[in-house]
Design a protein around this ligand. Structure first.
Ligand SMILES: Cc1ncc(COP(=O)(O)O)c(C=O)c1O
Length: 356
């Protein structure tokens, strides 16, 4: 994006003009002792006190993440999982029934679902045969006269779900530079990758938003805590349009506590990476496994002779995997999460008994 182009010029007009809701906790900051401003109950009936509304901007968590990631608090927005951030970005920048978002199948299904939810048409530029980005195909589109004014969003998933590969960072940086709208790099699985994160590019490009999450490596999928790293202009927009209290007090608390257990989390990541390699090795020994794709994530994409049958047989044995065979370029493929060693032993023992 051109460096003097302002983020505000990419915003939907109604979003640019709207006055955000100002919650009681937004309006007051100070050291009061009596809070009679938010119609809360003065009693809590739950072990952890949740009778008060949470901090709308998750400030304590933002401060801690800011020190961890080496970015300013102004570069960070906390959301109800990364999924919330994806929806907010659609709502902020893509005008329903006229703007377009670029997605690169096979990829995370939510980009398409939220496009439909927001009445935004997607343009699909499939990944190449090796699941890398078709940079040339994208560049041609950026200048295409039919799209040049409507291309608002580009979603890049790295490492990509369901293929597991990380995208080339130079390719991403080049695309952020040449794309006329907002580039979203979804790094939900980055902690499991040996390729570099794009988070440092946020300092150089105002039209980049990098999404990370506490759901995967941090073992907190049930808490719903996502992080968006971006330019202050984009972060301000997300704050303006999100639900006033989008991340619960319990979830903010859980994430703060998790950040004190970083060593433990890092050890957990190493264990999952080791299990991933062992699982790949065991799968390759099975007669009906045709290919195990290399993975930078906590799952493996596996091509088998009959994905539908494998899925059904495993389900019959009480094991659920994800059948991805109907996805573009994934015929015959299943996606298997790297679970605990005991779960993976059970998986492999069961798979040995199955004949496809
Ligand atoms: C690529 C990708 N992004 C985002 C998410 C959702 O993350 P969260 O739990 O933070 O909403 C997922 C979940 O599977 C995912 O695969």
């Amino acid at each position: 994006m051109n460096s003097d182009q302002k983020i505000s010029s990419l915003l939907r007009k109604n979003i640019r003009n709207m006055k955000p809701y100002s919650s009681a906790r937004n309006e007051y900051s100070g050291n009061a002792e009596v809070f009679l401003d938010a119609n809360e109950n003065y009693r809590s009936f739950f072990t952890v006190p949740v009778n008060r509304y949470p901090d709308p901007l998750s400030r304590e968590l933002v401060e801690k993440i800011s020190r961890w990631k080496g970015l300013e608090p102004e570069n960070i927005c906390i959301t109800n999982g990364s999924d919330e951030a994806i929806d907010l970005i659609y709502r902020a920048f893509a005008e329903p029934a006229s703007d377009n978002a670029l997605i690169m199948p096979p990829t995370y299904g939510v980009y398409q679902v939220f496009a439909e939810l927001n009445n935004v048409e997607t343009i699909r530029v499939p990944l190449q045969e090796d699941f890398s980005i078709d940079v040339e195909g994208l560049s041609i589109l950026f200048d295409h006269r039919d799209f040049v004014h409507t291309l608002k969003l580009l979603f890049i998933c790295s490492p990509n779900n369901p293929t597991g590969n990380a995208m080339n960072k130079d390719d991403i940086a080049g695309l952020v530079q040449s794309f006329p709208g907002i580039v979203v790099v979804d790094e939900a699985y980055q902690d499991f990758s040996s390729s570099p994160s794009c988070i440092d590019l946020v300092k150089d490009f105002q039209n980049l938003a990098v999404l990370q999450t506490f759901s995967k490596a941090w073992g907190m999928a049930g808490a719903r805590v996502g992080m968006t790293f971006s330019s202050p202009d984009i972060i301000q927009v997300l704050h303006k349009i999100k639900y006033p209290y989008n991340v619960s007090k319990l979830s903010q608390h859980a994430a703060l506590e998790a950040l004190d257990k970083r060593e433990e989390v890092l050890r957990g990541i190493e264990e999952i990476k080791n299990s991933r390699e062992q699982l790949a090795h065991s799968l390759k020994e099975l007669p009906y496994v045709e290919h195990v794709f290399p993975s930078d994530a906590n799952f493996l994409l596996v091509r088998v002779t009959d994905a539908d049958k494998l899925y059904e047989e495993l389900k019959h044995h009480g094991i659920v995997i994800r059948n991805r065979s109907s996805q573009y370029m994934c015929s015959g493929c299943v996606r298997i999460t790297v679970g605990s060693p005991a779960e993976l032993d059970r998986l492999i023992e069961t798979m040995k008994k199955i004949q496809l």
